[in-house]
Design a protein around this ligand. Structure first.
Ligand code: ATP
Ligand code: MG
Length: 267
């Protein structure tokens, strides 16, 4: 099932034709939630093995429109995982120092170390999304970045990083509901920014930029998954399943124990 949403380098997609509803793929919310709970336990176990073996690295990258559910995905999917082995990086508007370097500098510095899972909440893809839509640099500069990014991700992959990229695909109606909810719920109001409405007006430009990102930067070593994300239960299930599959494939092993350990007596 996770591979249903995996893009292939040879097939270009039209984002407007990709469903945003999980109901198109799964009939039962209750069953999905049960499956998800079991996967969460499996993820915690596999992460423990990843950490103990200290060999592989896993990068989980999330991109979405505002209110697309990046924060909520991280909260739900990684609940119960040992925080020591997971680092979450939220990429905000670059600082003065970050801007004084190339755009991949801050990203490379945040890439996961051996034995750990790195979660990117936004990423280097902002440099072909917001930067493009807001015209922060000319086309001649941002259009070269797709190739840079593919080369960068190739290098990470060659050096032992498994890369999973998730685009949380929501409908414009769902975004409206979520903004409305943020506005009317006391403890969510802080998440609302008037700037979100300005970006909502640029919905079509953002969708176009996302579509180009997905089509230009889906590679065999770093595929994009387009997750129907209108329903959190389906989103959580699919993302955790994909991560668990990737870790099962890596099959990290506990290190061998010290010789003679069976004869140790603790006094
Ligand atoms: P939420 O989606 O829950 O609102 P957020 O990720 O939007 O959370 P914010 O602090 O609201 O968090 O926004 C971070 C901002 O940083 C976004 O508007 C994003 O477009 C911007 N940003 C990230 N990377 C870059 C970049 N390379 N260049 C310019 N802006 C960037
Ligand atoms: Mg925001």
């Amino acid at each position: 099932m996770p591979f249903t949403h995996r893009l292939s380098p040879s097939n270009k997609i039209r984002l407007a034709e990709v469903p945003t509803s999980g109901h198109d793929f799964h009939q039962s919310r209750d069953k999905a939630e049960e499956e998800f709970k079991a996967l969460r336990k499996r993820l915690a176990h596999l992460q423990n093995r990843l950490y103990a073996s200290g060999k592989h690295r896993l990068l989980v990258l999330l991109q979405a429109m505002d209110a697309g559910g990046k924060d909520s995905t991280i909260r739900h999917v990684f609940k119960g995982v040992n925080p020591q082995g997971v680092q979450v990086h939220s990429f905000k508007t670059p600082s003065k120092e970050e801007l004084s370097h190339d755009y991949l500098w801050r990203v490379h510095a945040a890439a996961p170390a051996a034995g750990t899972i790195g979660v990117f909440n936004r990423s280097h893809y902002e440099d072909v999304l917001v930067v493009r839509v807001e015209d922060l640099v000319p086309r001649s500069i941002w259009e070269k970045r797709y190739q840079h990014i593919n080369d960068f991700e190739r290098m990470l992959s060659d050096c032992g990083t498994t890369i999973l990229k998730f685009f949380l695909h929501i409908s414009k109606d769902e975004q409206k509901k979520r903004f409305q909810d943020r506005l009317s719920t006391f403890y969510k109001q802080w998440k609302f920014s008037v700037d979100d409405l300005r970006k909502r007006k640029q919905w079509d430009q953002y969708q176009e930029a996302f579509e180009d990102m997905l089509n230009n930067c889906t590679t065999d070593h770093a595929p994009w998954y387009v997750i129907p994300a209108d329903q959190k239960w389906y989103r959580n299930l699919t993302i955790s399943k994909t991560i668990v599959h990737a870790l099962e494939d890596l099959d990290p092993e506990f290190p061998s124990v010290e010789e003679g350990i069976e004869n140790v007596v603790i006094e």
